[in-house]
Write a new protein. Structure first.
Length: 79
């Protein structure tokens, strides 16, 4: 597992900017990804910090000019 890479694919409800974190009991790595056409992919390298359990969290941020509704927060989970 260590030294391998993983490709994470995201289908999103809208385009924008996404914060992707790799986590265990703490944040191991993070990066911002531009989401266009409501999809994005990220290549992540695995290392010893990811063993035995790691997971990916993605937070999608809608550009302000796209909507005039107040800030809404939603969570999605898929395994």
């Amino acid at each position: 597992m260590t030294g391998e890479s993983v490709k994470a694919l995201f289908k999103t409800p809208f385009s924008g900017k996404m914060l992707v974190t790799m986590e265990t009991d703490h944040i191991v790595s993070h990066q911002y990804v531009d989401v266009s056409n409501r999809t994005a992919s990220v290549d992540l390298k695995l290392n010893a910090d990811h063993v035995p359990n790691a997971y990916i969290t993605a937070t999608l941020i809608k550009p302000h000019e796209v909507s005039n509704i107040p800030l809404t927060v939603a969570h999605g989970f898929k395994i």
